[in-house]
Design a protein around this ligand. Structure first.
Ligand code: ZN
Length: 679
């Protein structure tokens, strides 16, 4: 931190403490009130209620602040609102289910409408459109005291308790527990978090991080990327490496990209080569040229001044500063895995079981043979041998463009698409007719209904002439999301149970349908064994990559918590050291080279999100479900699993397949695929 910043931070703190005088906030000492209240309620309702009384009263005390009233108010409120288990509690539960469907249902409908001009761009977007898009209905559940009545009667259970006790809970009890999750925690407003603004030079750090590929020389001083090619870091660079495998002579261009990536990681990238530029760069020798009278003249340059790691440092610090708002011992790491509802230990074990699997070397052998050369580090992005290659891409583009020239044609065909994938008539019509297809400029997404009567919105990109294969495949991924959203909204027995354990599981539902895109198109009658095997290999290779990238991210987070005073420089060194360590452990053998920190290139990582493990888990879960579908009715089973609802991941998987989340099915699928590949 610069001196100027510490001075600024001090001024901010001082001015904050001056204006805060008049507000009464903060926690009250309710210990005594809690004890007497528990006794009173116990006398009134008897021993059978002990656990509920104790949890409920403590839960309310935990989120009650001075502004909500004194200890007398707290006691009076609890006595008035406590309802013992039985018909009255069931009635209360029903009311909460109904009213939350109203709150969430209409909030979502309002947001969809307010946001539509910006998202759909059906007319030129004005500044006021942007402001509306950022506006949403707000409810103060504490001011109305609704939060306390809910916390009192539907107490909170920790993740461990859910895992342990959840096996015995009825579905209604589970829904009640999910109600109790709503107000699990309330920050004490008198506790001030260290707020530091993002330094000016970092404000737009990741957004325009674009490389002008038409200004990059090969080692032979040739420009190999078409005019106007712009690739961002990391998505654009990585996806270009992936896409090049199907082009002629990809190796030189893939190496150029790989060199660029390494310069970004080491921050040896010339600063003048980020974004639009007049300069030219040959990354292998790391020389910069200027064009003068049709000649290229080498010039000096300044490397990017470690901004990448200053940004990472800022983002991680800022997330760590939130710790103070949570109960003691809570860290960004614990909160992340609590949200995931899987312990860090289990996630790491799942990732390591794939990344460290011996099958990786066998697949590398096949890859080496197919490519006709030794593997290079960027080959970890090999997209796998998609059997879609048997379908001519131009042919598919043409077919899809004809079938779906506009959003309404895709929307109207959804029931047929679902029928072709195996849904029966009634289900295909119901699910297909509960989707509105919207065209968007960006990549796709799906927005699920939050009340009965509402529909899912499916967004994908339509070119002026219609949908192409890429847009269609994204559309099918989003269709998978809408199936989960509609089934869980309309067919799950309790509102508070609707949904799916966590984000890796939702993504997995979407990919189950995306994998069946060719069947949905009517080009192939079934999702063939060959396709399944190739997808299993591709998923496995992907998890080897993203899984090790996730392990790196988790390790860097732990390192920073262990060294909270580390500078951006030290964080840079740790990031690269840890990336090398993981590379050396899992990849050095296969690639025949040590100390390659390529695993640290992801933008998610630099943003400090700790999210990457979701992608790996999603694929592991997907393979477990695919194994379960063998010999069963895919559509029927998919509907069934979408009605199970928001249990913990392991309990959910138990309900679906009879076993907790495991990487064994993925490994079994890979072994089978490798076997038929060799034969
Ligand atoms: Zn998705």
């Amino acid at each position: 931190m610069t001196k100027l910043f510490s001075v600024l931070a001090m001024i901010l703190v001082l001015s904050a403490s001056c204006t805060n005088k008049e507000t009464v906030t903060g926690k009250l000492d309710l210990d005594e009130a809690v004890q007497t209240l528990k006794k009173e309620l116990l006398n009134e309702y008897g021993q059978a209620e002990e656990d509920r009384i104790s949890r409920g009263v403590e839960h309310v005390a935990d989120i009650w602040l001075a502004d909500d009233g004194d200890d007398r108010d707290f006691k009076d409120f609890c006595i008035k609102n406590y309802i013992p288990a039985g018909p009255d509690l069931d009635k209360l539960f029903g009311i909460i289910e109904d009213q939350y469907e109203v709150i969430r249902g209409y909030t979502r409908e309002i947001s969809i409408k307010l946001d539509a001009p910006v998202t759909l761009r059906t007319r030129p977007v004005t500044e006021i459109d942007r402001l509306f898009s950022r506006t949403s209905p707000q409810f103060d559940y504490y001011k109305s005291k609704l939060a306390f009545a809910i916390a009192l009667n539907f107490p909170y259970y920790t993740q461990e308790e859910k895992e342990e006790m959840g096996k015995e809970w009825s579905r209604k009890k589970w829904a009640m527990v999910r109600i109790g999750d709503m107000f699990d925690h309330r920050s004490d407003p008198s506790v001030k978090r260290d707020e530091e603004p993002l330094p000016d030079e970092l404000v737009n750090y990741t957004k325009p991080y674009m490389i002008s590929m038409d200004h990059i020389f090969s080692p032979d001083m040739e420009i190999l990327f078409p005019d106007g090619t712009r690739l961002n870091c990391h998505h654009g660079l990585r996806d270009e490496v992936k896409g090049l495998y199907t082009r002629e002579n990809p190796l030189v261009r893939q190496r150029m990209i790989s060199n660029i990536i390494m310069h970004i990681i080491y921050q040896t990238i010339p600063e003048c080569m980020i974004g639009e530029t007049d300069m030219y760069w040959e990354p292998e020798s790391n020389k910069v040229y200027k064009k003068e009278d049709e000649q290229f003249v080498e010039v000096d340059f300044t490397p990017e001044p470690d901004r990448r790691y200053q940004y990472l440092h800022f983002r991680m610090k800022s997330k760590m500063a939130d710790d103070i708002l949570y109960p003691e011992g809570s860290t960004y790491i614990t909160r992340t895995f609590d949200n995931r509802q899987l312990s860090e230990e289990k996630v790491v074990q799942l990732l390591e079981s794939i990344v460290g699997a011996p099958e990786k070397a066998q697949l590398a052998d096949i890859l080496r043979e197919r490519l006709g050369r030794e593997l290079e580090p960027f080959d970890m992005w090999h997209p796998g041998f998609q059997s879609q290659s048997e379908y001519n891409m131009d042919e598919l583009d043409r077919l899809i463009r004809e079938k779906y020239p506009n959003p309404i044609s895709f929307q109207e065909d959804l029931p047929n698409i679902l029928r072709r994938i195996g849904f029966d008539d009634e289900m295909a019509d119901f699910l297909g007719n509960h989707v509105i297809v919207d065209p968007v400029q960006s990549a796709g997404h799906a927005n699920g209904p939050q009340m009965k009567g509402a529909k899912a919105h499916l967004r994908t990109r339509f070119e002026p002439y219609g949908l192409n294969y890429k847009g269609y495949r994204i559309g099918m991924h989003e269709t998978g999301h809408t199936i989960e959203q509609n089934v869980s909204m309309y067919m799950t027995d309790y509102y508070f149970l609707k949904g799916i354990p966590s984000s890796p599981f939702t993504e997995c539902m979407a990919d189950l349908i995306a994998y069946r895109n060719i069947v949905g198109l009517g080009v192939s009658p079934e999702y063939s064994d060959e396709e399944k095997e190739l997808n299993a290999l591709a998923a496995f290779w992907f998890v080897c990559e993203i899984g090790s990238i996730s392990l790196h991210e988790i390790k860097v987070w732990h390192w920073f918590y262990d060294h909270p005073d580390a500078t951006a420089d030290e964080l840079k060194k740790a990031t690269i050291d840890i990336a090398n360590e993981i590379w050396n452990k899992y990849f050095a053998d296969i690639y025949g080279i040590s100390d390659v920190p390529i695993l640290s290139i992801y933008g998610h990582f630099i943003g400090g999100s700790l999210y990457l493990n979701s992608y790996a888990l999603g694929n592991i879960v997907l393979m477990q479900l695919e194994e379960y579908f063998e010999g069963r009715d895919f559509a029927e089973e998919m509907v069934r699993m979408c009605t199970i609802g928001k249990l913990t991941p392991d309990l959910w998987m138990n309900e679906v397949t009879g076993a907790p989340v495991s990487s064994e099915p993925m490994l079994r699928a890979v072994r089978k695929a490798l076997k038929s590949f060799v034969e």
